[in-house]
Structure formats: C-alpha cells, structure tokens
Design a protein around this ligand. Structure first.
Ligand code: PMP
Length: 363
C-alpha cells in the first residue's frame, strides 16, 4: 500500500471517530478485509416480480436482474467463471491478454472483470452489433476489432478470427461457446440463487440461447434439486434452437430477428446433453410489446433478448396454467440498444410497433 493511501485511510478513520464524538465512546478500527473489487460482486442479483404479466397469467413471473451485474449483463457470470477456471489451470497470469469473439456482453464482462484481475482484453465483434456496445467496449479499455458478420461455417466468422489470433499471439482465448466453464458458472451460481430465492418453489425456468451456458447450467442445477421443474427454451426467429429441441435438426430457414446475443445455429459444447420440456419461437414484436409495457409501467428498461425470455415465460404460463412460479433472465439493459429498439425512427423503418397491449399476448 502506498504511503498516500495509508494517510488517506487514517484521515478517514479520524473523521469518522470525530463525527461520532458525543454519540459514541469509541469507533472500532476500520477493517477493509471483507471489502472486494467488482470481480467479487458478480451474481447474487435480485429476482424481480413482473407484476402485470403475473396478474394476467395468475402465475408468479419472475426475472433475474442480470443487468445489475458489474458489466451490466448475464455474461459477467460466464466471464468470471472462464477467467477463474483459466487461472486455476495456469492459463492466465496477471498482465496476460485475453481475446474473445463476442456479440458484446461477454466482451464487456471479460474486460471489466479482467481489468479487476490484471488482464488486458481484445474483442472481436461482428460489425452488425449496436454502436452503443462497440463504443462501450472501447471506453472500457478493450481493443475492439469489428469484423464483417459471417456464418459459423465461414473461416472468417468472428469466433474463428478470435481463435486464430489467440494462437498467433499466444493470448488466452475465452471460447465462451465451447468452454464449459461457462455453463458451470450458471450451475454453481444462477441455479442455486434461483432455488434459494424462491425457497424451492420454482416450477419452471425459461431462457433463450446464445452460447447456451445460462439455459444448460441453470437447468442442470435446478433439475438436480427437483426433476419436475420444467425447462423452456425461447428462441428468436432465424435461430436453430427451436428446431433442435423440437425436431432434432438445426434448420433455420424461418425468418429473422433483431435480438442481439442470442440466436444459435449449432449445438455448442455448453448445450450438449440438454433436453428441454418446451420450446417456442418468439417474434420480435411479441418481445417488444412486453419490453414497452415493462418500461412504461414497471420501471424496467431491458434489451430484446430479455423480452424474448419473458415472452417464453408467458407462453409456458399459458400452456401449463395458473399457480406456477416461472423464472427467467433479464439479460441486459435497454441502454445498449437505444439507437435501435428504443428509437422511434428505427422502429418505424423496421415495421415494429410500441402501441400494442400485453393483453393481446394472452388473448
Ligand atoms: N442475452 C444477451 C443480451 C446476451 O448477450 C447473451 C449472451 N450472448 C444471452 C442473452 C444468452 O446467454 P448465453 O450465452 O448464456 O446463452
């Protein structure tokens, strides 16, 4: 500790004792050993009741507030899990550089948590992602390398670029899609938190799939506690997860979605071995109608993948009837998408509406 910091702390201690003079005879010495940096504050997010949708479905529809993580998304859990696993295996040491191909949130998590633990980050991102996420990554201090969007089968897909660069430079590649430290993080944290927060009353868990870490890791834990908990996958159009879970193939020729961070076309290692009880394809308009209701009436400002998740929870409530406790994920904040789904011009240019009532989802 530098002398300056020591002096500053002593001054704070004196001030605290002074301000308490007359009220308290003594003040215990300041003990900072139980205070930690952001890398110790990932997870333990609140479970928020979505009031109107709960009333309409006569279920408890609950959202895990992952936007409250230090990097602002559910991906902080995977980022921390991957970093801790790599440290334990001796693959990362302070001063090292880590690289990842990411739609943004994993990169944000790796950068924020990486800085707290002494790493630099290089982020390869498809240039189709919002400028908000790309600019945020730069502001956070990541080296951002935008690349043209290409399918996974193309060698220039952002994940392959990240892997190749890691090999060339000797950097650590996080490999969120196939590194199962990702789903293990959800198995160890998201699942237990949901179980404890609902005091074991959770009857269903619903999530969309990006890497599949959230869905698979949480589902594996909850089913271990109670095998009758229903697991549902909410998929955007243009992705293969609905086809995979419903028909066992990875067909994707069924439309498209503006949702970022989700929309998987292959069975990643994080998804391997997972079967679900239900899967739905959710149109963007349905998710958007939910997002605007929550924004206007419940003070929740969320991104489109959260809307798809909640729409899945509502579908499950409709199919299985009242009385359930359904948990889903509020993945990230709408602030990352202001220029798109919260821009009236962008919405009208893309034929999306904000004036529909959520009642129409249950009609
Ligand atoms: N929503 C958003 C906004 C995301 O960035 C991601 C991760 N890419 C997900 C959902 C999906 O999470 P997972 O990778 O655990 O499937």
């Amino acid at each position: 500790m530098s002398p300056l910091r020591f002096v500053t702390k002593s001054c704070i201690q004196e001030q605290r004792n002074e301000s308490l003079a007359g009220e308290s005879a003594s003040f215990p010495p300041m003990n900072t050993s139980h205070y930690h940096g952001v890398d110790h504050h990932v997870g333990n997010t609140p479970l928020i009741r979505l009031r109107r949708l709960s009333e309409l479905t006569r279920c408890e529809i609950l959202g895990k507030a992952e936007f409250m993580n230090p990097g602002g998304s559910v991906k902080d859990r995977a980022a921390l899990g991957i970093i801790l696993d790599a440290e334990a295996k001796g693959l990362l040491k302070p001063g090292d550089t880590l690289i990842e191909g990411t739609a943004g949130n994993t990169g944000i998590g790796l950068t924020v948590i990486g800085h707290a633990r002494g790493y630099q980050s290089v982020i390869v991102i498809p240039e189709t992602q919002t400028k908000e996420k790309i600019e945020l990554l730069r502001t956070l201090g990541a080296e951002v390398r935008p690349v043209p969007e290409k399918p996974y089968s193309n060698p220039d897909n952002y994940n392959h670029v990240a892997r190749r660069t890691a090999e060339e430079q000797g950097w650590f590649w996080a490999n969120q899609f196939d590194n199962t430290a990702n789903r293990l993080a959800h198995y160890r944290t998201t699942g237990p938190e949901i179980w404890e927060q609902t005091q074991g009353a959770v009857s269903a868990f619903v999530s969309a799939v990006g890497t599949g870490g959230t869905l698979a890791g949480t589902a594996l834990y909850l089913r271990e506690r109670n095998p009758s908990i229903a697991i549902g996958c909410a998929d955007p159009y243009g992705a293969a997860m609905w086809s995979w879970f419903t028909n066992g193939n990875t067909e994707t020729n069924d439309g498209d979605s503006f949702a970022e961070g989700i929309g998987q076309s292959r069975v990643t290692k994080n998804l391997e071995g997972l079967a679900v009880d239900a899967a739905w394809r959710i149109p963007d308009q349905e998710a958007l109608t939910i997002l605007y209701q929550l924004l206007r009436e419940e003070g929740l400002f969320l991104g489109l993948s959260s809307g798809i998740n909640i729409a899945g929870a509502v579908r499950l409530a409709r199919e299985r009837g009242p009385g359930q406790t359904i948990v889903t994920i509020l993945c990230d904040s709408g602030a990352k998408y202001q220029s798109r789904i919260f821009s009236p011009q962008w919405l009208s240019a893309n034929g999306l509406r904000t004036d529909l009532s959520v009642d129409t989802l249950l009609a």
